[in-house]
Design a protein around this ligand. Structure first.
Ligand SMILES: [Zn+2]
Ligand SMILES: [Zn+2]
Length: 125
């Protein structure tokens, strides 16, 4: 939201610096901080302090979401790697004619990895 260069709705003077101004997130009206006597928007009556903290919370939530997705991406990548590795080992074992107990552990690992991928995907939707 652009604050510098806008006009204060209270005194109708232009706001020169961002640090001097405050914007109402509800009606987009801008004010000098010094022109606001109460912490409410004179135009729409929104609680500015509450709105500001709500914006802050949303930003933090978005950031956390991005972080979660980032971690999820890594987890899924590692799981896919493990699946490919185990799959290759099972394939090699079977083609050598080895009994299931030789590749049972790899098969279980694949099942677990698939479960982790599904869980990670569902949680991050
Ligand atoms: Zn003003
Ligand atoms: Zn307002």
């Amino acid at each position: 939201m652009q604050i510098a260069g806008t006009v204060c709705e209270s005194c109708h003077q232009s706001i020169a610096f961002v640090a001097d101004g405050l914007a109402c997130p509800k009606c987009n009206a801008t004010y000098h901080k010094s022109c606001l006597t109460v912490n409410a928007c004179p135009t729409c009556g929104a609680d500015l302090e509450k709105e500001q903290s709500a914006i802050q919370e949303r930003k933090e939530e978005e950031l956390a979401q991005v972080k979660r997705q980032h971690t999820a991406g890594k987890v899924i990548l590692v799981c896919i790697g493990a699946i490919l590795l185990c799959g290759f080992r099972i394939f090699a074992s079977v083609s050598r004619g080895e009994p299931p107990r030789f590749w049972m552990f790899q098969a279980i690992t694949i099942v677990v990895m698939v479960a982790i991928i599904i869980q990670t995907y569902v949680r991050n939707r």
